[in-house]
Design a protein around this ligand. Structure first.
Ligand SMILES: NC(=O)c1ccc[n+]([C@@H]2O[C@H](COP(=O)([O-])OP(=O)(O)OC[C@H]3O[C@@H](n4cnc5c(N)ncnc54)[C@H](O)[C@@H]3O)[C@@H](O)[C@H]2O)c1
Length: 268
């Protein structure tokens, strides 16, 4: 039975992945900075999946390397191995041009989206090197492919760096472990979660412009849909440097082609 650790898994994409992994027979370690949501998520997961699967949870702030080490230790000591570690925790940036961002807002986002992913990868890689195997997934986002838009400069900078870091860590893994540790990218596309409505850890509301809503209605999906595609592929993957990608160019093209017939509306 595989063990999966997911950061930022008290809601949204992280929680949906956790549910799917458990449904497919994995032990799951939930972790998040939000304890209230975490407890609710853990309760929800208990009744999902085969009876022999287990869920445990712990508060873990990804900006704290020691907390991530404690998360690894908890998972390893409880289940014996960690097969898959997903650096999923992330926050959106406030919808304003980069020059208007405060120092606090800049540090808040980079600490979670970029440094949190680096810390999580470092901790998981160290543990997996000792156990001799494992998979690390880092979550890409807007900017990973060099896309640019006013209001998303900081977030895009972090996600572009996450992509570079993941590719380079995969190269290191090839050289240092012969690819036994698979360092991979998870590319969900646009997801209809609370993420798109808030920034600064929920403190700042984001009012989506009508033209953005239009694009989200065409290209977006609920995370429940995306995990149906991604999670089985992550479980089946054996390759270092893999990329599990939901919103491919082909899928996006198809969505634009059929947008006139399919009136999708996530916002009314
Ligand atoms: N929603 C989208 O359109 C979208 C698109 C592409 C990529 N992503 C990425 O997917 C991931 C999940 O996004 P989501 O839409 O589920 O967001 P979400 O806001 O619904 O969930 C994020 C979770 O991360 C947690 N979190 C925040 N700061 C944390 C910290 N310091 N330590 C630990 N946990 C923390 C939150 O409490 C929350 O439970 C993020 O990395 C995001 O950048 C999102």
């Amino acid at each position: 039975m595989k063990t999966v650790v997911i950061t930022g898994s008290a809601r949204g994409f992280g929680l949906c992945q956790a549910k799917k992994f458990k449904e497919l027979g994995c032990n799951v370690v939930l972790s998040d900075v939000n304890e209230e949501n975490l407890l609710r998520a853990a309760k929800e997961l208990e009744s999902i999946g085969p009876a022999e699967t287990k869920v445990i949870h712990t508060v873990c702030d990804v900006t704290d390397c020691a907390a991530l080490e404690a998360l690894w230790d908890l998972a390893k000591n409880t289940f014996g191995t960690v097969d898959i570690w997903i650096n999923n925790a992330g926050v959106n940036s406030p919808d304003k041009p980069a020059y208007e961002l405060t120092e606090k807002e800049i540090n808040f986002l980079l600490d979670i989206d970029l440094k949190g992913t680096i810390y999580g990868s470092k901790v998981a890689f160290t543990g997996m090197k000792e156990q001799g195997f494992g998979q690390i997934y880092n979550v890409e986002g807007y900017g990973s492919n060099d896309a640019m838009m006013t209001g998303l400069t900081l977030y895009g900078t972090a996600k572009r760096a996450v992509t570079y870091f993941t590719l380079s860590l995969a190269k290191e893994s090839k050289e240092l472990t012969d690819g036994k540790i698979c360092v991979c990218r998870l590319t969900p596309g646009i997801m209809i979660t609370d993420f798109i409505k808030t920034a600064n850890g929920g403190a700042t509301k984001i009012e989506l412009p009508e033209k953005t809503k239009k694009v989200y209605n065409i290209l977006g999906d609920y995370p429940e849909t995306i995990v149906e595609y991604c999670v089985p592929r992550m479980l089946a993957n054996t390759k270092n440097n893999a990329r599990i990608m939901w919103l491919t160019n082909r899928r996006a093209f198809g969505r634009f082609l059929t947008a006139g017939f399919k009136k999708r509306d996530f916002f009314s």
